[in-house]
Design a protein around this ligand. Structure first.
Ligand code: ATP
Ligand code: MG
Length: 800
C-alpha cells in the first residue's frame, strides 16, 4: 500500500520520529516532562492508521484519565485531518477492562475468582455453607445461587466494599473496632493490584490482618460473585485471570489488538502490567511511554519497577529517550529538575530547552490561606490585563493546582467574590454543590422565614415523611391564607390538616426554625456555632454521615468548609448576602475560565501560567508522607512537586501561608521543605503580602497592601540563613488570636478526647501512649515503632 505523505511527521524531532516510525516490536519511550511523549504517542496512532497498519478498532490505547482519552481522540482527528471513526479501545485501563469483562462475565466463576484450579460442585456447596455460617445478612441485589458473574454485574464503590468487609469481619468473630474494614480493603486492594487472587497471595503475607487476611479475602471474593458484583480491583484482576485460564480467548484479543500504546506508563500497577504483557505477548507491538519522575500513584499500587521490567520482558525493545523539553522555559525546567534531584531512586535524565529564558519561578509567602487566594486572584486579573509587568494571558491559560481538594474552596470563594470565572476539574463549583445549597437553604430560612424556595428545598431533606402530598397541603394552606409556606404549614398543623409522622416532624422543624431564628440575636452564640447547630439539629449532617455513597465523605468535608467560610462575616445574613451577590454574577457564562484542579489530576496537562499554592509542610508534603518512616512517601510527594512545576509553560508561582486552619484549628505552618530545594538562581522571591510580623522583606503585616505591585526581588530574604530564619519565624509566630477561641468545629472533639498518658492504637504503628498534644497532632511513644507525631484522627483509644 502506497503511503500518503505524512506532514505530521515533520512536526517531530528525530527521536520522536524514530518512536513513531518504529511501528513493529516493543518500544519504550522514557523521557522527562514536556518532551513530547504524548505527542509522539498520538502521532503514532495517526501513523498506524495512515499507513493502513490497523483500523481504529484494532488499536488498544491506554491513557490515565478519561479526559486524556478524549483529548487524544481529538488530536488524532486533527492530525489525520478527518473525524476518526470510533477508536473504541482508547480509554483508561478500567474503562477498557469493564468492556471486556462484560463480554465474558460468565467465565468468572468462584474458582477463577479465588485462583483455584478446580471447581468441584461439592466445594461450591461447602462454600455456600460457609457463607451461611458467617451469618452474613442478605444484601439487597444478591443474585441467585453461587455460580458466576453475569454481564450486568454491578461495580461496588468503596463504601459498599467496606460494608461488605465489615460484615465478614464481624462474622469471623474479630473486633471490627480493632480491625477496621478500611484496613482490610486496603490490603485486598493491594493484593489485587498485584494480581494476586486469594490462592496466589504469597505465604509471607499470611500474617496480614491478624493472620486472617487471606481467608477473609477469599470469603469476600465469594460474596462478590454471589452478589453479581465486582470491586474496582476486580476489573483488571478478573480479565487477567480469564486471559491466563483461556488461552484461546487471549489469542482472539491478541489478534484484535494489533498495536498497543500506553501513556503514563510509570503509573501502571502489576495487574495492569500483566494484562499488557499477556496481550502483547504474541506480536509484541507495544509502545509504552513514561517518566519515572512522574510516578505519583504509588499509594495505589503503581510500580515504577514496571519500567525496568519492560526491557527484561521484551528483550530487544527499542528504548528511546527524549531530552528536549518543548513546554517550559529554562528557569521553570531548572527549578523542577533541582527539586526532583533530591530523590534517590531515579533513573536520571537530562533535559534541555530551546525556549527563551523567561521569568524565574516566583515564590511568595502569605499570612493565611484567604490572603493567598486573594493574592492569586489579583495576579490572575493582572495577567488577564497584562499589567504588573506581565504579558496578557487568557483565563484558559491559567491554572491553580492544589495538593488537596479542600484547598479549592478558598479560591472559589474569592473568585466568586471578584467575579473571576473558573472551572473546577473533578466536580461542580463549591456553592453549586447540592449539600452547600441545602445548608444555605436552612440558613436562609433562619434569617428570613418567608423564603419559600428555601423552605421547599429542605422541608423533606433529610426525609421527614413530608412527601408530595403533604407539601401540596402546605402550599394550599399558604395560598388560601395569603402567607408564606412556613406560616401556611403552621396553620395547617393548627387546623389538624396533616396527621401522622409527617405532622410531628413538621412541627419539630418549625419549632427548630423558630428557635434558631431567635438565636441569631443571641450575643453569646457566634453565627458559626449557630450554623453548626442548625446543620446538626436539623439532621442534615447526620443524613450524610449515614449515607453510604462514595460522595458522602466529600460532602461532609464541604459542609465543614462552608462553616469555615462563615468566619469572614459578621453574621449569617452578611454571609448569605455575599453568596447571593456572587452567585448572581453571570460571569460564569464566560467562555474563558481559570482552571482549579488537584496536582494528581493535572498529570499530562500544560498551562502557560500555573499557581502552586499551599507549599507547607503537612499539606505539601502531606502529613502522612512526613509521618511515615523512610522516604518513600516523601519521594512520591516530591515527584508530585515535579509534576506541578513542569505543568507550567511560562509562569510558575509557588506560594505558602503561615497560618492555616487544619481540622478546625489555626495552625502555624512551616514553609514546605520542597521550597528549600528550589535553586536560588532560578527563583524570584516576591515580597509577601501580609507576611506576618514584618521582618521578612521589610513589609509589615497589612492585608490591604497586596493590591500594590510589590514585585520586588528580595535577594536578601532568600540567602540561606535568612530563608531558614523566615521558616523558623513562621513556626514560632503566634496564631490568629481572635478567631481561635470560638471556631472549634466538630473534628476537634476527637482531639480533646485524649489526655497525656492515654494508651492509643494506630493502624500502622500499633500501640503507644500519648506524650504530647499539639492541636490535632499527637506525640505518641509507640511500643514498637518508637516516638512519632501523628494526626489524631488516625488513632483510636486503646483503653476503652
Ligand atoms: P508529560 O510528561 O507532562 O506528559 P509529554 O512528554 O507527554 O509531557 P507533550 O504533552 O506530548 O509532552 O508535549 C509537551 C508540549 O510540547 C506540547 O505542547 C507539545 O505540543 C509540544 N511538543 C512536543 N513535541 C514537539 C516538537 N517536536 N516540536 C514542537 N513542539 C512539540
Ligand atoms: Mg504526556
Amino acid at each position: 500500500m502506497a503511503a500518503r505523505p505524512a506532514p505530521y511527521l515533520e512536526d517531530l524531532n528525530d527521536a520522536q520520529r524514530a518512536a513513531v516510525e518504529a511501528l513493529d516490536g516493543p518500544v519504550l519511550m522514557l523521557a522527562g516532562a514536556g518532551t513530547g511523549k504524548t505527542k509522539a504517542l498520538t502521532t503514532r496512532i495517526v501513523h498506524l492508521l495512515n499507513q493502513g497498519r490497523a483500523h481504529p478498532g484494532q488499536i488498544l490505547s491506554v491513557t490515565f484519565t478519561n479526559k486524556a482519552a478524549r483529548e487524544m481522540k481529538e488530536r488524532v482527528g486533527r492530525l489525520l485531518g478527518q473525524q476518526v471513526e470510533g477508536m473504541p479501545w482508547l480509554g483508561t485501563f478500567h474503562s477498557i477492562c469493564v468492556k471486556i469483562l462484560r463480554r465474558h462475565a460468565e467465565l468468572v466463576t468462584l474458582d477463577l475468582a479465588l485462583g483455584r484450579a478446580e471447581d468441584p460442585i461439592a466445594q461450591l456447596h461447602n462454600d455456600d455453607a460457609v457463607i451461611e455460617d458467617l451469618g452474613g445478612r442478605p444484601i439487597p441485589g444478591a443474585q441467585g445461587p453461587l455460580g458466576h458473574l453475569k454481564s450486568n454485574f454491578t461495580i461496588l464503590d468503596t463504601d459498599d466494599q467496606n460494608r461488605l468487609l465489615k460484615q465478614l469481619i464481624e462474622a469471623s468473630g474479630m473486633d471490627v473496632k480493632r480491625w477496621p474494614a478500611r484496613q482490610l480493603s486496603g490490603i485486598i486492594d493491594h493484593w489485587k493490584n498485584r494480581a494476586w487472587t486469594p490462592e496466589q497471595v504469597p505465604t509471607d503475607e499470611a500474617a496480614a490482618f491478624n493472620n486472617r487476611g487471606i481467608e477473609l479475602y477469599a470469603q469476600y471474593q465469594r460474596r462478590l460473585i454471589e452478589l453479581n458484583a465486582c470491586d474496582f480491583g476486580d476489573l483488571l484482576l478478573h480479565v487477567v485471570s480469564i486471559y491466563q485460564r483461556y488461552p484461546d480467548l487471549l489469542e482472539q484479543y491478541r489478534r484484535r489488538f494489533r498495536y498497543i500504546l500506553v501513556d503514563e506508563y510509570q503509573d501502571t500497577n502489576v495487574a495492569q502490567y500483566l494484562w499488557l504483557r499477556l496481550l502483547a505477548g504474541g506480536h509484541k507491538n507495544i509502545c509504552c511511554v513514561g517518566d519515572d519522575d512522574q510516578s505519583i500513584y504509588g499509594w495505589r499500587g503503581a510500580e515504577v519497577g514496571n519500567i525496568l521490567r519492560f526491557e527484561k520482558d521484551f528483550p530487544g525493545a527499542e528504548v528511546i529517550r527524549l531530552e528536549q523539553n518543548y513546554r517550559s522555559t529554562p528557569h521553570i525546567l531548572a527549578a523542577a529538575s533541582a527539586v526532583i534531584a533530591n530523590n534517590s531512586n531515579r533513573l536520571g535524565k537530562t533535559l534541555h530547552t530551546d525556549r527563551d529564558t523567561g521569568e524565574k519561578v516566583r515564590l511568595i509567602g502569605h499570612w493565611d490561606g484567604e490572603e493567598e487566594a486573594r493574592w492569586i486572584g489579583e495576579e490572575i486579573e493582572a495577567a488577564q490585563k497584562g499589567s504588573r509587568g506581565m504579558k496578557p494571558y487568557s483565563l484558559d491559560d491559567m491554572a491553580i493546582l492544589v495538593r488537596a481538594s479542600h484547598q479549592m474552596r478558598a479560591f472559589e470563594d474569592r473568585f466568586l467574590t471578584i467575579g473571576l470565572p473558573y472551572r473546577v476539574i473533578g466536580g461542580p463549583r463549591f456553592y453549586e454543590r447540592m449539600e452547600i445549597r441545602d445548608a444555605m437553604a436552612y440558613f436562609r430560612l433562619v434569617t428570613s422565614p418567608s423564603d419559600d424556595l428555601a423552605f421547599e428545598r429542605i422541608v423533606n431533606t433529610p426525609k421527614r415523611g413530608l412527601g408530595d402530598k403533604a407539601q401540596q397541603k402546605i402550599q394550599m394552606s399558604a395560598r388560601q391564607n395569603g402567607v408564606s409556606l412556613i406560616e401556611g404549614a403552621r396553620l395547617l398543623l393548627q387546623d389538624k390538616g396533616l396527621g401522622g409522622k409527617g405532622a410531628k416532624e413538621l412541627a419539630r422543624l418549625i419549632d427548630n426554625l423558630d428557635r434558631w431564628g431567635r438565636l441569631t440575636g443571641d450575643e453569646d452564640l457566634s453565627h458559626i456555632e449557630l450554623a453548626e447547630m442548625i446543620l446538626d439539629e436539623s439532621g442534615y449532617t447526620t443524613m450524610w454521615q449515614n449515607d453510604k455513597t462514595p460522595e458522602a465523605p466529600g460532602r461532609l468535608e464541604n459542609l465543614k468548609e462552608l462553616v469555615k467560610a462563615l468566619e469572614q462575616f459578621e453574621n449569617l445574613s452578611g454571609f448569605l448576602e455575599h453568596v447571593a451577590l456572587i452567585m448572581d454574577n453571570d460571569s460564569q457564562d464566560a467562555d474563558q475560565k481559570v482552571t482549579i484542579m488537584t496536582l494528581h489530576a493535572a498529570k499530562g496537562l500544560e498551562f502557560p501560567v500555573v499557581f502552586l499554592p499551599g507549599w507547607e509542610d503537612g499539606l505539601f508534603p502531606s502529613q502522612r508522607s512526613m509521618d511515615e518512616s523512610g522516604t518513600k512517601g516523601l519521594e512520591e510527594e516530591r515527584r508530585l512537586a515535579y509534576v506541578g512545576i513542569t505543568r507550567a509553560e511560562e509562569l510558575c508561582t509557588i506560594s505558602f501561608a503561615s497560618n492555616r486552619r487544619v481540622y478546625g484549628q489555626w495552625q502555624a505552618q512551616m514553609a514546605s521543605r520542597f521550597i528549600d530545594e528550589l535553586p536560588e538562581e532560578h527563583v524570584e522571591v516576591l515580597t509577601g503580602s501580609g507576611y506576618a510580623g514584618g521582618g521578612y522583606g521589610g513589609v509589615s503585616h497589612d492585608y490591604g497592601a497586596s493590591s500594590i505591585d510589590r514585585r520586588v526581588a528580595d535577594a536578601d530574604a532568600y540567602n540561606s540563613p535568612g530563608w531558614k530564619r523566615m521558616q523558623a519565624r513562621s513556626q514560632q509566630r503566634p496564631m490568629c488570636q481572635p478567631k481561635e477561641s470560638r471556631n472549634t468545629i466538630i473534628d476537634l472533639q476527637a482531639v480533646s478526647a485524649y489526655t497525656l498518658g492515654d494508651r492509643v492504637f494506630h493502624q500502622k504503628f500499633g500501640y503507644g501512649s500519648i506524650t504530647g498534644i499539639e492541636g490535632d497532632k499527637l506525640e505518641i511513644d509507640f511500643e514498637k515503632a518508637g516516638p512519632k507525631k501523628v494526626v489524631a484522627k488516625f488513632v483510636t483509644s486503646a483503653d476503652s
